[in-house]
Design a protein around this ligand. Structure first.
Ligand code: 5GP
Ligand code: MN
Length: 326
C-alpha cells in the first residue's frame, strides 16, 4: 500500500457526506473499537455515519459508546458516498451483507492482517501494525480531525485488545505514542482494562473451569490445546463470546510456543491459534484450512459437519511439526 493511496483515501473521506462503516463478523475489541472510534471521528466532522453490524454485539463490548447504534441491514447504494471496512482481512468476513456492501463505490479497506486478501476499491493495509485502532488514530491526524473522549475511548480499547495489553510482539514505540495521545483525551486505562478483563459472569468462569480441564500438552510442552464443546456451553449457560481470551491460558505456559482453542459454536467448529515469537507462524496453518490472521494470532472455521475431535486431529497434525525443535 502506497502513501499515494492513503492520501486518496483521505481526500475521499473528507469529501464524503454519508459513510457506512463495517467490520468483520463476530467482532472483537479492535474490530468494534476501530469501527466505533472512526464513527465518532467522522460524525464530529459533520458527516452522517451508518454503523453496520449484522450480529448482536457480545455483552462483552456493550460498554463501548454507540454500540447500540449498529444497524443490521446494509444501506442502499444511493444513500452513502463511501464504505469503509475496518480490521477485516477477507471479504467473506464482512458477513451476509458482503455483496451489497462491496457494490458501494468507493469501498475502502483499512486493515492490519497478515495475509490480507485484497477487496474493495482502495486499501490502506499495513501488515504488522499493532491494531486497526491505532491506524484509525493516524488517519484522524491526516484528516485534521478532532478526536473526542468517546473516540479515544473506542480506539484505546481497540489497541489494548489487539496488543494483549501492550504485550504482543506487534507493540512498538508508535503504539505507545498513540495510546499516550488517547489517554491525553481523558481515557482511564484502568477503566478500559476493567471493562475488558474483569467482567466475568459466573457462567463464563464455570465454562473456563471445564474448558481448562481439557488441556492437552504435547511436543515437550511446546504445544497446548484446549477445547470447548457444545455440551460445555449448555451445561454452564455461557455465551458463545465467553471463550474470548481463554486462549491466553494455554498460551501463558512458560514452555508453550503454540496454543490452540477448538470450540463448537453455532453448529461449526472454530479454531483459535496463538504463537510466541518469530519461529511459529500460525497464520500458515489457518490459511491451510481457509482461515487467516497474523503470524502470532490466527484462526479458521470448519463448517462441513466435521466433529470437534476430527478438527482437533487435523489441527494437531499441523501444529505438532510447527513446534518441533523450536
Ligand atoms: P481469534 O482467535 O481471536 O478468533 O482470531 C485471531 C485472528 O485470526 C483474527 O484477528 C483474525 O484475523 C483471524 N481469524 C480468526 N478466525 C478466522 C477465520 O475464520 N477466517 C479468517 N480469514 N481469519 C480468521
Ligand atoms: Mn485487529
Amino acid at each position: 500500500m502506497t502513501a499515494g493511496n492513503l492520501s486518496e483515501i483521505v481526500k475521499i473521506i473528507r469529501a464524503a457526506r454519508r459513510v457506512v462503516l463495517v467490520t468483520h463478523t463476530f467482532p472483537d475489541g479492535d474490530a468494534l473499537g476501530s469501527q466505533l472510534g472512526l464513527g465518532h471521528i467522522l460524525q464530529d466532522m459533520g458527516k452522517e455515519v451508518i454503523l453496520y453490524g449484522e450480529e448482536p454485539i457480545s455483552y462483552l463490548y456493550e460498554f463501548l459508546p454507540c454500540c447500540a447504534r449498529m444497524v443490521k441491514e446494509p444501506p442502499r447504494l444511493e444513500v452513502v458516498d463511501c464504505a469503509i471496512s475496518l480490521d477485516c482481512g477477507d471479504r467473506f468476513r464482512l458477513g451476509k451483507g458482503e455483496e451489497q456492501l462491496l457494490k458501494i463505490k468507493p469501498f475502502i479497506a483499512i486493515d492490519h492482517h497478515a495475509g490480507h486478501q485484497d477487496f474493495g476499491d482502495l486499501r490502506w493495509v499495513v501488515e504488522g501494525r499493532a491494531s486497526t485502532g491505532d491506524m484509525v488514530y493516524d488517519l484522524s491526524q491526516l484528516l485534521g480531525a478532532e478526536v473526542s473522549y468517546e473516540a479515544a475511548y473506542c480506539l484505546y480499547t481497540a489497541i489494548v485488545s489487539d496488543t494483549g495489553s501492550f504485550k504482543y510482539a506487534s507493540t512498538t514505540a508508535d503504539t505507545f505514542r498513540i495510546a499516550g495521545a488517547l489517554l491525553a483525551k481523558g481515557v482511564k486505562p484502568a477503566e478500559v482494562s476493567g471493562k475488558l478483563f474483569d467482567n466475568f459472569t459466573e457462567s463464563r468462569l464455570q465454562l473456563l473451569q471445564v474448558v481448562l480441564s481439557t488441556l492437552e500438552i504435547y511436543g515437550d510442552g511446546r504445544l497446548a490445546i484446549i477445547s470447548a464443546t457444545k455440551k460445555m456451553f449448555d451445561l454452564t449457560g455461557a455465551d458463545k463470546a465467553d471463550t474470548e481470551t481463554f486462549i491466553n491460558y494455554p498460551r501463558s505456559l512458560a514452555k508453550v510456543r503454540v496454543a490452540a482453542l477448538i470450540k463448537e459454536i453455532d453448529g461449526a467448529i472454530g479454531v483459535s491459534m496463538r504463537s510466541k515469537g518469530d519461529d511459529c507462524d500460525v497464520a500458515v496453518v489457518a490459511r491451510k484450512f481457509n482461515g487467516g490472521g497474523h503470524r502470532n494470532a490466527a484462526g479458521c472455521k470448519f463448517r462441513d459437519g466435521e466433529t470437534l475431535h476430527e478438527v482437533r486431529d487435523l489441527i494437531f497434525a499441523e501444529l505438532l511439526p510447527l513446534v518441533h525443535d523450536k
